[in-house]
Structure formats: C-alpha cells, structure tokens
Unconditional design. Structure first.
Length: 579
C-alpha cells in the first residue's frame, strides 16, 4: 500500500510573488514554477532550511549528470532513461573539461530563470521513491522488517521502535516539543490534538527530524564498537545560505555543481537517499560511512524512522526511531552551508569543525567568519561558491540568512529548545572583494572595531560602576552590554545595507563610527545621571581614589582614542561637570 506521494501532493508552503499569500504546492510544482514563488514558508525557519537542502539535493544530482538542455555530459556514462543512473563517473583526466561544462550549465539555467523540463522527468522516473507512506520504499524511512533485522531481535520480540511508538507527534512538532514526562503548557493546541497532523505536516516534520532531533531517545542499534550517535547533522551547523529575489534564485544560488573544495567532491557520484533502497541506505548510515557528495549529505539521516503505512490523520502520530552514527565533524568541508571554527584545544585540536550560531550574537558580529580565509579561518563554502558565480550575477543586494537550533545545553540529551534565525542585507561586493584593503577586509575590521569599543571601553566602565555601587557585577555588566549591542544592531544593519561600494570606504566607515560613538555615549549617559552621592565619594584602593567621575573620564579618554570626536561635537554634560 503506497500513499501520499510528495511529488504529487501539496505539502510545501510557499509565498506567491504575485499575491504575497501562502499556499501549499507539490514538489513537482515547486520546480516547475519556482520563479513564481517568493520563498519557502514552512512552520519554522529551521524546517525551511531542512527542506531547502532536500530540494538542493535534487538539483545537484540532476545537473551534475545532464546540462541545461537535459543532455548527458560527454564524460559520463548514464543509463536508466530519465532516472539518469551513473554507470561510469567522470575520469579525473577529464576533470577540467567537466568542471567547465558544469559552470556553463549553471550559467545557462540562471539565464533561463526557470528550471528545465528535465527536472520533472527525473523526479517522475523516481516517483515510487517519494511516497510518505509505503511498505517498501518510504521516503526518508525504513521498513519494519529492516528495523527488526538490524536490531537483531529474537523472533516475536518487538521494541518501541518496531511498534512505531518511540516518538509522538507532539515530540517531533517543534512548535510544541512536549516530552512524555512534561506537559508543554503554552502549546498551540491541547490534549490528543498535540500529536495529530495532516500528511503534509508529517512530511515536513519528518524532514526536519532527520536534521534536528537531539539524543534524549534511547533506541540504538547493537554495534561491536562504541559509536557517537547523531543528534542531527543540521543541529551542529551554523547554517547559512544566500536568498535571491524569488524561490528559483534562492534554490539556484545555493546549488553548487562544481564543489569549491575541488575535484574530490565535484567528481564524486551524487547519491541522494531516494536512489538507494532504504535498507542499503540504513546499512551505510549505521556504519558511519564517510559522506562523499552533496546529495548524500543533504539527505542524511539522524534516525532510522519507521512510520506504519496504515497511519491516517485521524490517528495520533506515532513513529519508531533508532539512532544512527554521527557524521564525522573534523574538517568536513564537503558541507558548504555552515560557519567554521578552528579548534586550538580539546578533542578536535588543530581541526575545523562547524560553528553553531550563538543566541546572544547577531550575524553581523560573525562577519569575519563569513568572509575571511586563512590558516585559522575558513569561510563557508557557499560564500566561495558565490565568488565563483558572481560574474554571471552582476552587482546586487543579497540577503544572507543564518539558521540554527539552540539546545537545552545538556550533553546527555541535546534537546532542541529554540531556533535561531537572522538575515543580513548587503551589496555582494562586500562579500567578494577580499583583496588587501578591499571591502570584505574593511567591513570585517569595522565589525571588530565596533566589538572592541563595546567590550573594551564601555564594558570596563560599567564594571567599574558596579564595583562602586557594590552590586552583583556580572548581571549588571552583561545586561548593559547586551542592551548596547541591541541599540547598535539596527543602525549597523541599516548602515551595512546602505554601503555603496563605488563610494569612499573611509568616508562611509567614518560615518558608522560617528554613529557608534553617539550610541555608546547615549548608553553611558543615563548611568551617570543615576549616580548617587556614594558614587561621587567612591572608594580607595591600591591605585588611589576612584569614583564615578574618574570612571567616566577613563571611559571618555579611551573612547576618544578609539573614535576621535568630531571637531564640533556638542558636549551635553554640564550638569555632570558641575556635580
């Protein structure tokens, strides 16, 4: 029994360009009319990101095998008709010619501003692999027989996974995230309705679960060696992607046909999960086989999931899940859609690993991680890709999106508790002009200068005030620093969006620093106005007498060193001077 095929059924929420309204479309319609939709409009940004990668897997699979006209590349041997099965991959000797052809394909599809008909033909050829509910090839799931086999269960023995009872719908629906032991009081629904879903909702949450799940569940396969269980590959990413002016542009701008890490990944055969039998994919996943291609990575599983094919929306959602082996993180540069960090200590010393987004930091504060490249710096592959395709795009304002999941901080569970989403609008030149003295370097330095003023001028001043007032220092300092970052956030974004690469760098950066100086003074001024007599009396320590005036004078002196005041700056501090 096969039900609810994702190619035909309407399950993908999108925003229409002409009306601005949200509607649900099928996977086939998504590719046939991508240029008429503005963006994905799923239940959460993390869900959109997980679905985006499934669609990117479709595109990178097809267009590394055929060109914009649907013709197979001369250096590949294909069979299976529209299934485009790769019999012989590209010979390394032909790598340069093949990569030139991939570039031509990317440019040709971009110029058409619509996906060729070969996409629909390919998907239709693999139609049977896209059933949400199926006894043989369920999408991103395994069969009950496969679970029993690999769990090595005795005859007649069952587990919660093989009964399809490891997870309730309310646990995989991240708008609720209710555990079996603790009720979510402010959920958008109550009672049994928390675990009820339509097929469309189940399809979306299934895809998200394979990317973000945590490790609190108990089911795992018997293995001879200790393995690290996956909490979802996307969970550990500081996800990042470029959004275009419509859904076609967003999909194609993030489609990397020629991998920026070179031949190793470009020549690899693309192996999305739907081209494998579920049991074969499970065996590969269980043994922690290295990821070698984007289509495989974009469709990777965090769980072997079993959904009873007889389930209907009238029933509560209940599914079985068993942990699989985590994807290796060290120098995993196949992954193009994440920030990176260089580990100077710890288990990953000397290696790059994905860097998750920090909830207290806006995306612009990580500008250096996005644009810089060096021995201890690694920018996202998708930004390198943007460098490569920039000649075909021409100058434009781009939207750089950041997506991530925040955990509960408990290393034994890693429960997803909140998502992180941010977007920066900026001229693409600010991303691609990485020469010495170029825009990328200057913006990176401006961001670091901004952080330096807040953390090394304003923060010490606030800390000194806390000591003078004998109040709990850490929370007082953190609250004031957070408030200043919040005050700086919108003006910096507006300034970044307005930067004109054809105008003077020095003048535009000086304009921002004048704004920053004003914002920092505005933040410090109320602290001075709140001063009580004891603040002026101050304290004596080994460095002499300190009070709020000496603290403020230190603050102003160092601020002036970082950002010299304008010649005609008006000082509105007469009342403080009289005091």
């Amino acid at each position: 029994m096969s039900r609810y095929n994702l190619l035909d059924e309407t399950w993908i929420p999108v925003i229409r360009k002409d009306t601005g309204q949200v509607e649900e479309v099928s996977m086939m319609s998504l590719f046939q009319h991508a240029e008429t939709y503005q963006a994905l409009a799923g239940d959460m940004e993390t869900q959109n990101f997980a679905m985006l990668r499934i669609f990117l897997a479709v595109l990178v699979t097809i267009f590394t095998r055929v060109d914009a006209e649907g013709e197979a590349y001369a250096w590949l041997e294909l069979s299976g008709g529209d299934r485009l099965v790769v019999d012989e991959p590209v010979d390394p000797e032909d790598a340069d010619d093949y990569m030139d052809a991939l570039e031509d394909t990317w440019n040709a599809v971009w110029q058409k501003h619509a996906f060729p008909e070969v996409v629909s033909r390919y998907l239709q050829a693999w139609h049977d692999s896209f059933f949400l509910l199926d006894e043989i090839r369920p999408f991103m799931q395994v069969t009950k027989e496969a679970l029993v086999k690999h769990l090595q269960l005795p005859s007649g023995k069952e587990t919660s996974a093989t009964r399809g009872q490891s997870f309730k719908g309310k646990q995989i629906n991240r708008l609720i995230s209710e555990s079996a032991n603790k009720e979510a009081l402010f959920a958008p629904m109550t009672g049994k309705e928390k675990s009820r879903m339509t097929e469309a909702e189940l399809a979306r949450w299934l895809i998200m679960m394979q990317g973000y799940v945590g490790t609190a569940d108990k089911g795992k396969f018997p293995t001879p060696n200790k393995v690290v269980n996956s909490k979802g590959w996307l969970f550990d990413l500081g996800g990042i992607y470029v959004a275009g002016q419509d859904l076609f542009e967003t999909l194609w701008l993030n489609t990397m046909l020629s991998h920026t890490e070179g031949e190793r990944y470009t020549l690899a055969r693309q192996t999305p999960c739907w081209e494998s039998e579920p049991e074969d994919w499970l065996e590969k996943t269980m043994r922690g086989a290295p990821q070698t291609n984007l289509a495989s990575l974009y469709t990777a599983w965090s769980r072997a999931i079993y959904i009873a094919p007889t389930w209907t929306p009238e029933q509560e959602v209940s599914l079985g899940a068993v942990k699989v082996t985590e994807i290796a993180h060290d120098n995993a540069f196949l992954e193009p859609m994440t920030l990176w960090r260089y580990n100077k200590t710890g288990d990953h010393k000397g290696q790059f690993t994905p860097r998750v987004h920090r909830p207290e930091e806006a995306l612009w504060r990580s500008f250096g991680l996005i644009t810089m490249q060096g021995d201890a710096e690694k920018r996202p592959g998708i930004i390198d890709h943007y460098h490569a395709i920039e000649p075909a795009i021409h100058h434009r304002l781009v939207a750089l999106h950041a997506v991530g999941m925040q955990s509960d901080g408990n290393a034994t569970s890693w429960l997803p508790v909140d998502e992180l989403a941010d977007v920066l609008y900026l001229n693409e030149v600010l991303l691609t002009d990485t020469d010495d003295g170029g825009w990328s370097i200057r913006i990176r330095d401006t961001v670091e200068d901004t952080k330096d003023v807040i953390q090394n001028v304003y923060r010490p001043f606030v800390r000194e005030v806390a000591e003078l007032r004998d109040i709990e220092r850490s929370s007082f300092v953190e609250n004031h620093q957070t408030a200043l970052y919040h005050a700086v956030d919108a003006p910096f974004r507006d300034w970044l969006r307005a930067v004109n690469p054809s105008e003077s760098k020095d003048a535009q950066i000086a304009q921002w620093k004048d704004t920053l100086r004003h914002l920092v003074l505005e933040a410090a001024y109320p602290i001075m106005l709140e001063a009580a007599p004891r603040d002026f009396i101050g304290k004596t320590n080994k460095d002499g007498r300190k009070n709020i005036i000496t603290a403020y004078n230190w603050f102003k002196r160092h601020l002036n060193q970082k950002i010299p005041p304008p010649r005609k700056e008006k000082q509105d501090e007469s009342s403080l001077q009289e005091a």
